[in-house]
Design a protein around this ligand. Structure first.
Ligand code: NAI
Ligand code: MG
Length: 513
């Protein structure tokens, strides 16, 4: 081992051991009534770093008793929080954003350890965009306004109010845990609600750390965090009678189950679910944009673990080989490695379960007679990488549109390529899944682009680029990809407020005055 290599290893180990002090400190804790405390449940589960399968801490396996304590804390806080003027609430969130920003280095390290996402390409930008989203909703708090409705009679006043709902339950996944956490809590809290979040069992510690930081600027009980599993903790949380609104990101199946759990109490639900998104390259596309766009769109550097991943790549047959060549060359440059290493582009898959899911889909591909592996497709053999859940960026073709790989959300680093010749057939094929989340198209023909925008069944539609969802840009899916929008003003107004319509007739003026 040469000196620079061993210096680098030392730095990575130092980063890990200092972040581990924090993950140990946060172990077995919940955030209730403004304080980190032991859970009532005495059971806990290990939190594993997917990069080397080391145990970085543990988290409580909360059950109904902890749910009740967290909801009670939020209910108590709600009575005061709703009376705090909206812009003051917003200012507190903005101060919280400043505080998180000051401590962001630790947060991105814990995020990388918790998720296995590479620090340079994922954990750092996710931390920055989460802070940005928190700050943005703080600034939007002044937009919580009702409307006046002209009555035609100067003596009758008609208006609507914009009020907080109460205690909100949020259930989040692990793939972008900080951003999705902020997307739930920031609009809810700015609007005067209080919140109980159940973290994902795969990545609970980074969210608890960010919540601890935000909590320093909020009254006790406004933000509460519990951890645990779906049936045991998530289900009693959403079913709790005091929960009047649920916001969820995760799988279609769990989104459907949650909708069912809360249907008897007519509780509204915002759902951000899966996708099987098309990335389409037309014959006239600018390949300087399209080739890197396919790779960015597939979110390979997040191991493909994104609901917007452009995992079905439609390429016009006239440029098929050229595009594949370009993409394969760039995939070969992606460096798989230790998530804490600044040189790493792509880290590890989150868990044994998701790793197996990727391997199982590859087994199906390998058994399909005409399927070709254009890149990747096998576990790395390197000694370090064999220690964790690493899998290379993988590109396949020769699979039919009906194949499970072209229909189901893999949520791993596998994309399938499908050639096309006719625009109409391609659009039908692109729409031929139950999902409708994101879509990307590359063309120089504006008229075709407009036709695609009209016909594609997706809620987040891009042309000649493929950027990740971001602050201030409303985002959400059609069809089975979800219900409702997030990340922008409309999500706060439409999902986290309720309204009264008021009609006032003051009566006849006193004629003696
Ligand atoms: P999941 O949907 O099971 O879990 C997401 C969250 O829901 C976690 O916090 C989990 O504890 C909770 N949960 C699970 N069952 C629940 C229940 N019955 N009641 C209440 N809460 C419950 O997702 P999982 O198992 O982590 O991943 C499986 C697949 O889901 C992935 O392969 C991917 O296809 C999809 N997924 C989509 C995401 C997205 O961003 N839209 C995020 C994560 C997963
Ligand atoms: Mg699950």
């Amino acid at each position: 081992m040469n000196d620079s290599h061993s210096n680098k290893q030392n730095t990575i180990e130092q980063v890990k051991s200092s972040a581990l002090e924090t993950t140990q400190r946060l172990s077995n804790q919940v955030l209730i009534s403004g304080k980190l405390t032991n859970a009532l449940s005495h059971q806990s589960f290990d939190v594993i770093h997917p990069g080397d399968l080391s145990v970085i801490g543990s988290a409580p396996m909360c059950t109904e008793a902890d749910v009740n304590a967290a909801v009670e804390s939020a209910e108590t806080a709600f009575h005061k929080w709703k009376k705090v003027p909206a812009r003051d609430r917003g200012r507190m969130l903005q101060k919280a954003a400043d505080y998180v920003e000051k401590n962001s280095v630790l947060l991105e390290q814990v995020l990388a350890l918790d998720t296995g996402n590479a620090i340079r390409t994922q954990a750092r930008p996710e931390t920055a965009s989460s802070i940005d989203l928190l700050r943005m909703f703080g600034g939007l708090a002044g937009e919580l306004k009702g409307e006046t409705v002209p009555s035609g009679n100067s003596q009758v006043l008609q208006y609507t109010t914009r009020d907080p709902i109460g205690v909100i339950a949020g259930i989040i996944p692990w793939n972008a845990p900080l951003f999705l956490f902020v997307a739930k809590i920031a609009p809810a809290i700015a609007a005067g609600n209080t919140v109980v979040i159940k973290t994902a069992e795969q990545a609970p510690l980074c969210v608890l750390l960010m919540a601890e930081m935000i909590n320093t600027e909020l009254p006790a009980g406004v933000l509460n965090i519990i951890s645990g599993f779906g049936e045991q903790c998530g289900k009693p949380l959403v079913q709790h009678p005091a929960i009047r609104k649920v916001t969820f990101t995760g799988s279609l199946e769990v989104g459907q189950a949650i909708s069912g759990y809360v249907a008897p109490k007519l509780c509204p639900v915002t759902l951000e679910l899966g996708g099987k998104n098309p990335s389409i390259v037309m014959a006239d596309a600018d390949l300087e944009l399209a080739v890197p766009g396919i790779i960015d769109g597939m979110r390979y550097t997040r191991q493909g673990q994104a609901c917007t991943a452009g995992s079905r790549v439609f390429i016009h047959e006239s440029i098929y080989d050229q595009v594949i060549d370009g993409v394969v060359k760039k995939l070969a440059e992606i460096k798989l490695g230790n998530p804490l290493d600044e040189q790493t582009d792509m880290g590890a898959i989150i868990s044994a379960e998701q790793f197996k899911r990727t391997l199982d889909y590859m087994e199906i591909a390998k058994k399909t007679p005409d399927a070709r592996i254009l890149f990747g497709g096998n576990c790395p053999t390197d000694a370090y990488l064999s220690r964790g859940y690493y899998y290379p960026p993988t590109l396949l073709d020769g699979l039919s549109l009906e194949s499970r790989l072209c229909q189901e959300e893999i949520f791993g680093p596998i994309a399938t390529v499908l050639p096309f010749s006719k625009f109409d057939e391609m659009i039908d094929a692109a729409n031929n899944t139950p999902y409708g989340l994101a879509a990307n198209l590359w063309t120089r023909d504006l008229s075709r682009a407009l036709e695609y925008i009209d016909r594609i069944e997706a809620g987040f539609v891009q042309v000649n680029q493929c950027v990740a969802p971001r602050s201030n840009v409303s985002y959400g899916g059609l069809k089975m990809s979800g219900l409702g929008k997030e990340y922008a003003l409309d999500s706060m107004l439409n999902h986290f407020t309720c309204s009264k319509t008021v009609l006032i007739n003051p009566g006849t003026p006193n004629q003696n005055l």
